[in-house]
Design a protein around this ligand. Structure first.
Ligand code: G6P
Length: 622
């Protein structure tokens, strides 16, 4: 990757002047003095060993022959005093981050925790090796280094450390120069860039979309929009909404592999729009991709405005703290060093091997208990905060693309997974919470609670003593209680406010929880073989379409036009087994004026008149 010589300048590296310290839990606490969130909580030994804490929650553990711990749950704790003890005993608090984790409404027992302890110690060891640069992605022979992005000192070589630091500096400098107008579009009447059009899919979109929704100010220096699919309608909509602002738009094309079809198609469509507007795309184009990828070489050869590297040891779904997430965020005026700092603090907190003090491990414990370590229950993610709406969509990829695997590391077919869905509360209470409360019990909930409702001084009582935020708070707590009263388990992650630091911490928390959980269930969390299968199948459909077009064109160019049956088309394509797909291909072409289909006499696709361009080819489906 050519160094961005004009853009790199020596700026302080990520590490703050004062060493980052995490606050270890203090000694035992006095129950009556518990004030939330003011005081650190710890697991006072007397409580933890006290059998009464978990007395009503018992679980029989039977190690099934596949080694997956099963449990029989006899019902959750219901005594309020005992629940309060459980809440306080298990509450995790990271005071510096203002992040709290309540796992008291997940019914695991002490026996279960004890049974799992050896597996957690193995998971902690594996994570330690991963951070030291082990090949933690054995199927692709890769290291897994997303944690190094927020603390370059962790990287196993000085070369990697420099790559990380240089990229961060380049991102910050480029964003500063775009926002200040030092870097400007060639024909912009505004004299500066005012919009970002991000083209990418999967991990090259979901993180940036989540962070934009969570953290972008109301009036960002550049407003971002996304093309994250190969839907012509969606692409046209984004370009139409930009209108003349296309001249002031920075187009960021993000693709780690540099060859993802949907992203390539988006790029080609946008470059066409630039040509039609008389604009020079290269002067407004930025690429974020691996060195020497097809996208990188295209950007280099065409002389795009800038290129930023992606590294093979950062997966798409864990790339938010790389240039993939940092550049779009910085251009929106989001403090990316704060985001990195929040993630770094949470990373540090997750390095303890004391399970009860490790928030990521606590999440993994809950996931394993709630879904029997086999994904038997879905994870419903319910942030009670509009700005965190896309967190569940982000977690869908992070969790399901990591955990949803056919084979474990020993080659056993396990068909693992953990399904994630959700939007936001209290909105979802008016959609599907009915089923959660009373219907099929196939889920556990993760509430994301944000304590700060509005900036200081901006609150307003819509009735004496009650604000809008109080309703939101009440809806969350009420839903949590109502679900629990009907034996439905939940986790609550609380942050004091939605800030770059807390968002960085949330990203780190879940990245680590996924990694630890993957160790517990013995799978590789860092590859995605199933996705390749889908890409291959899509390629085969397009290949068949080319053959169909060739056959129809040959037939349509004969005098007179040679009518063909669908069987004849399939036969000439040497694809008799694909006759249904051939029908669908023709139907799709017909729906887009590339062929016209008139229903046959019997109204079903029996006799199909297909007009290809100006020639008419009548397909009689006998
Ligand atoms: O960033 P790209 O190489 O374009 O990949 C985009 C996405 O493609 C696939 O779907 C992978 O499974 C995702 O993990 C990745 O984020």
């Amino acid at each position: 990757m050519a160094s961005l010589s004009g853009l790199c300048s020596s700026s302080p590296s990520l590490k703050p002047k004062t060493p980052i310290t995490t606050t270890k839990p203090l000694g035992s606490i006095r129950r009556e003095s518990v004030t939330f969130p003011a005081r650190l909580f710890s697991r006072s030994p007397s409580l933890v060993q006290n059998p009464s804490v978990a007395r009503d929650i018992s679980a029989e553990l039977s190690s099934a022959n596949d080694g997956v711990l099963k449990k029989v749950q006899r019902g959750l704790e219901t005594d309020p005093r005992e629940l309060w003890k459980r809440y306080v005993d298990w509450l995790y608090q990271h005071k510096e981050l203002g992040l709290y984790l309540d796992v008291s409404r997940i019914g695991f027992s002490e026996d279960f925790v004890a049974e799992m302890e050896p597996r957690f110690q193995e998971a902690f060891k594996a994570m330690e090796e991963l951070e030291k640069g082990a090949i933690a992605n054995p199927d692709e022979g890769r290291m897994v280094g997303h944690y190094w992005l927020r603390n370059a000192e962790l990287a196993p070589t000085s070369f990697l450390r420099k790559q990380i630091e240089n990229t961060l500096d380049a991102v910050c400098n480029f964003a500063d120069e775009v926002i200040s107008g030092k870097i400007k579009p060639p024909t912009s009447p505004e004299g500066r860039f005012t919009s970002i059009l991000s083209i990418g899919i999967g991990g090259s979109a979901l993180g940036p979309q989540f962070v934009a929704e969570a953290l972008a100010p109301d009036n960002p220096p550049l407003k971002i929009r996304f093309i994250d699919n190969t839907d012509p309608g969606g692409i046209d909509h984004q370009i139409a909404q930009l209108g003349p602002e296309l001249a002031c738009t920075l187009v960021i094309v993000i693709s780690k592999s540099g060859g993802t079809p949907e992203t390539r198609n988006g790029l080609l469509e946008v470059q066409k729009a630039f040509r039609e507007a008389g604009l020079d795309f290269a002067k407004q184009g930025v690429a974020i991709t691996q060195e020497n990828s097809l996208l990188d070489n295209t950007a280099r050869i065409e002389g795009w405005l800038a290129r930023f590297p992606m590294f093979d040891w950062v997966g798409g779904r864990t790339s938010e703290m790389s240039a993939v997430g940092l550049l779009p965020a910085a251009l929106q005026g989001i403090d990316i060093r704060e985001m990195l700092a929040g993630a770094s603090l949470m990373d540090e907190a997750n390095r303890t091997t004391v399970l009860r003090n490790n928030p990521a491990a606590l999440l993994a414990l809950c996931w394993y208990w709630a879904s029997d370590g086999v994904g038997s229950k879905d994870m419903v993610v319910l942030p009670y905060k509009d700005s965190l709406l896309l967190f569940s969509r982000y977690l869908q990829q992070l969790v399901m693309e990591s955990i949803g695997k056919e084979f474990d590391l020993d080659g056993n077919r396990v068909n693992q997974g953990l399904t994630v869905y959700g939007n936001k509360g209290s909105t979802d209470q008016h959609a599907y919470i009915q089923q959660l409360r009373d219907g099929v019990h196939n889920f556990f909930v993760t509430f994301i609670e944000v304590l700060r409702d509005r900036p200081p001084g901006h609150d307003w009582e819509l009735e004496p003593g009650v604000t809008c935020g109080d309703y939101l708070f009440g809806m969350l707590q009420g839903t949590r209680s109502a679900l629990y009263a009907n034996n439905r388990e939940s986790i609550t992650v609380t942050v004091e406010d939605v800030t770059p630091r807390s968002v960085g911490a949330l990203v780190s928390l879940y990245e680590r929880a996924v990694g630890i959980y993957a160790s517990l269930v013995n799978i590789n969390a860092y590859h995605q073989p199933g996705v390749e299968a889908g890409k291959k199948a899509a390629g085969e459909v397009l290949g068949l379409q080319k053959r169909v077009l060739q056959v129809l064109n040959e037939a349509s160019c004969k005098e007179p036009v040679e009518p063909l049956t669908l069987d004849e088309v399939a036969e000439r394509c040497h694809a008799l087994k694909d006759i249904e797909m051939i029908y669908k291909i023709i139907a799709h072409m017909a729906a887009n004026d590339r062929a016209l289909i008139a229903e046959g006499s019997c109204g079903s696709p029996r006799s199909i008149k297909v007009y290809l361009g100006e020639c008419n080819v009548e397909l009689l489906y006998a």
